[in-house]
Design a protein around this ligand. Structure first.
Ligand SMILES: [Zn+2]
Ligand SMILES: [Zn+2]
Length: 219
């Protein structure tokens, strides 16, 4: 007799469990909180660039995206190793340390060139040729499962239409946010998280969308 009394209770519990597992339901009742993203313009960034990055991140991830007060590029990131520019890893560190409490993730946006040191896979040895890779220009950098990323528009607009420029900027921004959300590079050729492999063509060829595997990881 006791077992019979438990059946309705158990069914109710399983029903709740099924609902709670549905991410939309969990969001609606506040069981999970969505990260709030802040775009931090470094210097005077074109409003069109800021707006398109804001829209792209919102449309892709469905997160709230706000624009933060602009800041000067921090001098601690400046380098003249090969050219006068800013170290992307130092910028990510600065952004992490200066992230306003009102946002969970900060994306720094600059029109200055940014660079990193590239190492041989799994080592601390600089990739060959060393003169090139000790300070190598990049499009963006995001720390996997961190709270900050940086995107540079400096290399994106040469010899292309405004439309191509904006598409590149938006894809790179969503790619770097993907890293911050915990995604590593993806072997799927068309996936947005595919490694750009030092070429803007990889970004142009991408579908601009995350593959199913990557989606399942960020959901
Ligand atoms: Zn990447
Ligand atoms: Zn993928």
């Amino acid at each position: 007799m006791k077992a019979i009394r438990w059946i309705p209770l158990l069914s109710l519990f399983s029903l709740f469990f099924i609902f709670a597992c549905s991410s939309d339901f969990a969001k609606d009742v506040g069981l999970v909180s969505e990260p709030k993203i802040g775009i931090l313009p470094f210097g005077n960034i074109d409003k069109g660039e800021i707006d398109s990055v804001q829209t792209a991140i919102y449309e892709m991830y469905d997160f709230e995206v706000v624009v933060l007060e602009q800041q000067e590029l921090p001098q601690m990131a400046y380098t003249e190793i090969r050219y006068p520019r800013y170290r992307a890893d130092s910028l990510v560190k600065w952004l992490t340390d200066h992230k306003p409490a009102e946002v969970d993730i900060v994306l720094g946006l600059t029109n200055q060139d940014i660079s990193i040191t590239k190492y041989k896979k799994g080592t601390k040895e600089i990739k060959d040729p060393e003169w090139m890779y000790k300070d190598f220009g990049i499009f963006g950098l995001g720390r996997v499962s961190g709270s900050a990323c940086v995107v540079s528009s400096n290399r994106l607009g040469k010899g292309v239409s405004k439309e191509v420029f904006y598409t590149r900027l938006c894809r790179i921004s969503c790619h770097e946010i993907g890293h911050v959300l915990g995604l590593h590079h993806c072997p799927e050729a068309n996936c947005l998280m595919n490694d750009a492999n030092e070429s803007i063509r990889t970004i142009d060829k991408s579908t601009g969308e995350l593959c199913e595997k990557c989606w399942n990881e960020v959901r």
